[in-house]
Design a protein around this ligand. Structure first.
Ligand code: ARG
Ligand code: ZN
Length: 481
């Protein structure tokens, strides 16, 4: 039962979903003259930033020419379902810019300024195209006021609606992986451009407004309450979330907090406050198991928020969103550890290109196997591996390293992706294998990595040429023996 349930979860998740960067040169004064080169930071001409960051699967995502440092999001939600919003984006130019793009779709833009000055902009599909001259290396603030009734969007990567969703109890929640951050705030919408975030969520008093990170203030006004949240560790825009629910409670879990040494708080509708599944109390134990395998937990808190009207779970940074059906399911504990594992694989170490999604899903699915091993021993781990190998064979999963762009979260990415790690563990042994994982999470913490980067770490730590193994498991059509 344990085994078939565990398989059921990944199949549920899978079926349902059937750079730039860097600082530029140092500051100096750039004159308006471009004919004579004065002591400018860059002698390059002023040109618009690229409309995409260079993702081969989703070329429109992200933008070039600047690096976002911080998003300060202010959202006022009214009971009629409308949202009045403002975002201040602090960024630095990485080239001499004559203009730049933000990714943004839907909504009404009411006002747009850069460093306080009105600037010209136009909307072109999913791009907000801004004309403004900014010398390389200069810091600037873009302030966008916008509003309307939030609309979900169709993801290019999965056949479901993503973005700002509304549940049966009018709960509002954001699930944005991989391409829907820009459907609820203007963003450089690609994991290559991480930034810190602050959120002010204003709701009619009685509702609870939640976002990533730490709750820093609850301020009551006449009929509204503002919840302020702060995410101080860099975050990919797709992992940002806001959730609004009626009468929900922010519940501390002192036992898990004590066990894991990381503050654990969950955000729950009232019936779950007294009657949560037993595995929710195992958050601390799960974090400990994963810290042993992956290295220190990468953020300063964790918890889940549970919403209706959503069939999946998503690992939003420090605050995974769970559909109620997932929490009520008998296999909840496996989804729970899966989303916790994503805090290392996906959130702290993010993909540099979406085609490498197995680096998220394969590793998170592998954590389910580690949980089986923790609870029932290595024999049970072996049985579980055999079951999943069989499932992968029956399904005829192709290579996990290149899923179709319109089926990014296919079963191979999850199941065969996890089996890649099983094969690597068998090949190089436990000590070297877990040292490889810990070296990788440490080296790429708060950054991005590629499949090539992971292979390089495995070869470095093991001192072996692992080309054959990775070729066969990641790129070969047939599932290796
Ligand atoms: N990354 C999620 C997981 O934990 C699933 C992503 C697919 N669903 C979505 N709404 N983007 O497996
Ligand atoms: Zn996952």
């Amino acid at each position: 039962m344990r085994r078939s349930l565990a398989i059921a979860i990944i199949l549920t998740i899978a079926a349902s979903c059937s750079g730039q960067s860097g600082d530029s040169t140092t500051t100096s004064v750039t004159t308006a003259s471009t004919t004579t080169s004065v002591a400018t930071t860059s002698t390059m001409p002023f040109a618009p930033g690229a409309p995409g960051i260079g993702d081969s699967y989703y070329p429109g995502l992200g933008n070039g020419g600047y690096d976002v440092q911080h998003y300060d999001l202010d959202l006022a939600y009214s009971s009629d379902g409308t949202v009045d919003a403002d975002v201040v984006i602090t960024a630095v130019a990485t080239q001499n810019l004559s203009g730049l793009n933000l990714d943004f779709v839907g909504w009404e833009v009411n006002d747009l300024t850069i460093d306080g000055a009105e600037v010209a902009f136009l909307r072109d599909g999913d791009e907000l195209v801004i004309t403004h001259r900014i010398p390389s290396g200069e810091h600037f603030k873009i302030d966008v006021s916008y509003g309307g009734t939030p609309q979900p969007m169709q993801s290019a990567a999965i056949p479901i609606e993503v973005g700002w969703l509304v549940g049966p109890e009018s709960e509002q929640f954001v699930v944005a992986e991989p391409d829907a951050a820009h459907s609820w705030f203007p963003a450089n919408d690609h994991p290559l451009d991480k930034a810190t975030f602050s959120f002010a969520v204003t709701v009619p008093t009685g509702l609870t407004g939640v976002a990533n990170g730490e709750l820093t203030e609850i301020a009551e006004d006449d009929a509204t309450t503002t919840y302020r949240w702060s995410m101080d560790t860099p975050m990919a825009p797709y992992l940002a979330t806001v959730v609004i629910g009626d009468g929900w409670q922010i519940v501390e879990d002192p036992v898990s907090t004590e066990e894991a040494g990381v503050p654990i708080r969950n955000v729950l509708p009232s019936d779950l406050v007294d009657d949560a599944p037993a595995a929710l109390a195992q958050t601390g134990e799960m974090i400990n198991v994963l810290e042993e395998a992956f290295g220190p937990y990468p953020f300063d808190r964790y918890g889940i928020v549970v919403v209706g009207g959503f069939q999946h779970a998503l690992e939003n940074q420090t605050l995974s969103v769970f559909g109620r059906a997932m929490v009520d399911a008998p296999f909840f504990e496996y989804v729970h550890i899966h989303e916790i594992a994503h805090q290392w694989f996906g959130n702290s170490v993010s993909v540099a290109q979406w085609s490498d999604i197995w680096l998220n899903e394969g590793f998170a699915t592998f954590s389910e196997l580690l949980w089986v091993e923790h609870l029932h021993g290595v024999g049970a781990y072996r049985e579980e591996v055999a079951n999943r190998t069989q499932a992968a064979r029956v399904a005829g999963y192709g290579p996990p390293a290149s899923p179709p762009p319109d089926e990014l979260f296919n079963g191979s990415v999850y199941i065969r992706g996890a089996l890649v790690l099983v094969a690597l563990r068998d090949e190089i042994g436990d000590d070297v294998f877990f040292e490889t994982l810990r070296t990788y999470t440490e080296r790429y913490a708060d950054g991005n990595a590629t499949t090539v980067d992971f292979i390089a770490v495995a070869e470095e730590v093991s001192g072996r040429d692992l080309t054959g193994l990775f070729e066969a498991w990641l790129y070969g059509q047939e599932l290796p023996d």
